[in-house]
Each structure stands twice: as C-alpha cells, then as structure tokens.
Design a binder for this molecule. Structure first.
Ligand SMILES: [Zn+2]
Length: 233
C-alpha cells in the first residue's frame, strides 16, 4: 500500500502512446508506453489519486449492494421485495409464494441456484415483456419493423435495438420496478422509429413516458444491484 496515495497500483507497459489508469475489481492498473520515466508515472498517478480513491470507494459500495444468492437474502422482482428460500430437491422448480422466491433443485452450490433463477427470470421476462413491447410497437405503428425480441444478460446495456428490427433486453431488468421496465421497453421500441438519440427520438419517448428521466436515474443508481455477487458467498 502506498500510504500517500491510499492505494497500490501496477504498471503495465505496452506499445500504446498515452498513459491511462484502469480500475477493475478494486485493482488499479496504470497502462503506459514502453519507455516512460517511472518518476513521471508516479507523479501522474499522484495527480489522479483523488479520482482513483473516489472510484474505488464507489466500486466497493456497489459491490456490497449486489444481490446474493443465499437463503434468507432479500431480492426484488418487478420492484417487489422477496426473500430467497433455497431447498435441495430432486426436481427443479422456481416459484413465488407468500412473499418468498423459492428455488428448489440440485442446488448444492450457489452457482446452480443462480442458474435456475436466471432461467426462470428469462422465462418471466419473455412472458411479461414480449406482449407489452409488441403492443407499444403497434401503438407507434412500427409493428412491421419489429422482427424479434431477444433476451441476453449483457453487461454494457439494458437493451438494444438493431437496424434490422431486433430488440434485445437484459432479463435482469425484471428485478426493477414495473415503471422502469416500461421505460426500457418504450426506449427500445422508439428506436424502431428513430435509430438514434436525436431530439425527435426523445420527444417520441416523452410522449409515451413523460417522466422518463426518473426511471433513467433509478437504473443508473440501482442497476448494479441485480448482478448477483457470487464471490461474496
Ligand atoms: Zn437508445
């Protein structure tokens, strides 16, 4: 630990031309060109220490807020709080009962329970989101442009709409409140009309979801919780 900086860092030299600081899983990596004065690097890192420490603290906080796949933990489904109830059984079954999300099956390891949960969640997302997204597309007169709705857990985005009319959602969005899920559907369906984030695009979004900034802010603030923290188990 560098006591003055408050963190340790690793220097990675490569053919690059500039210096950059990367933070991953609480580790600080300084990427530099092959030939660079170590004293200069140290000075550079010191000048960015405030930013690095803020980012590290934020990452740590975000990680502590991630859901955990363990008995008794609280998660959400369409914004509703549910307590996890895990039971080892010969048959796989996931269901909601009396405020509990029950996961049954060969779930000796938490990864297995998480897999069952994710499969269930994807199915829930299909049933809930496909008809609603299709209805929005029809309202916009864009039902002919909508080719397919897919679900995939992508780290970078909650949703995506391709120029071919294929809309992709991250099924983890089903853990958010219904109005957030609704916003995401409107966001992607509106791309069937405008393939950009132009003024006209946002006008169209606002005509279907006037308070769209609220769910946007909610997602930015809370979305990281839905990625289950497996390491913490
Ligand atoms: Zn967009």
């Amino acid at each position: 630990m560098d006591t003055e900086l408050g963190f340790e860092y690793r220097i990675v030299r490569s053919k690059r031309k500039s210096v950059a600081i990367h933070l991953r899983n609480g580790q600080v990596e300084v990427r530099t060109p092959q030939r660079v004065d170590p004293a200069w690097v140290q000075q550079f890192v010191a000048s960015k220490a405030g930013w690095v420490n803020t980012q590290l603290a934020q990452q740590l906080k975000n990680k502590s807020q991630q859901y955990r796949m363990a008995e008794g933990e609280i998660i959400t489904f369409l914004g509703r709080k549910l307590q996890l109830k895990l039971r080892i059984a010969t048959r796989n079954k996931v269901y909601i009962e009396a405020g509990k999300l029950c996961i049954e099956g060969r779930i000796e390891r938490p990864e297995k329970a998480l897999k069952l949960f994710h499969n269930w969640l994807k199915e829930q997302a299909r049933v809930y989101m496909i008809p609603r997204a299709e209805a929005y597309a029809a309202r916009l007169g864009a039902e002919d442009k909508l080719q397919q709705i897919r679900f995939r857990k992508t780290r970078s985005k909650w949703g995506h709409c391709s120029s071919k009319g294929i809309i992709q959602f991250n099924e983890l969005i089903m853990l958010a409140p219904a109005e957030v899920v609704e916003y995401l559907m409107i966001h992607e369906v509106c791309h069937l009309v405008h393939m950009n984030h132009s003024k006209q695009y946002w006008k169209l979004v606002a005509s279907h979801c006037p308070a769209y900034k609220k769910p946007q802010a909610w997602l930015a603030e809370n979305g990281h919780r839905f990625w289950f923290d497996i390491e913490a188990l």
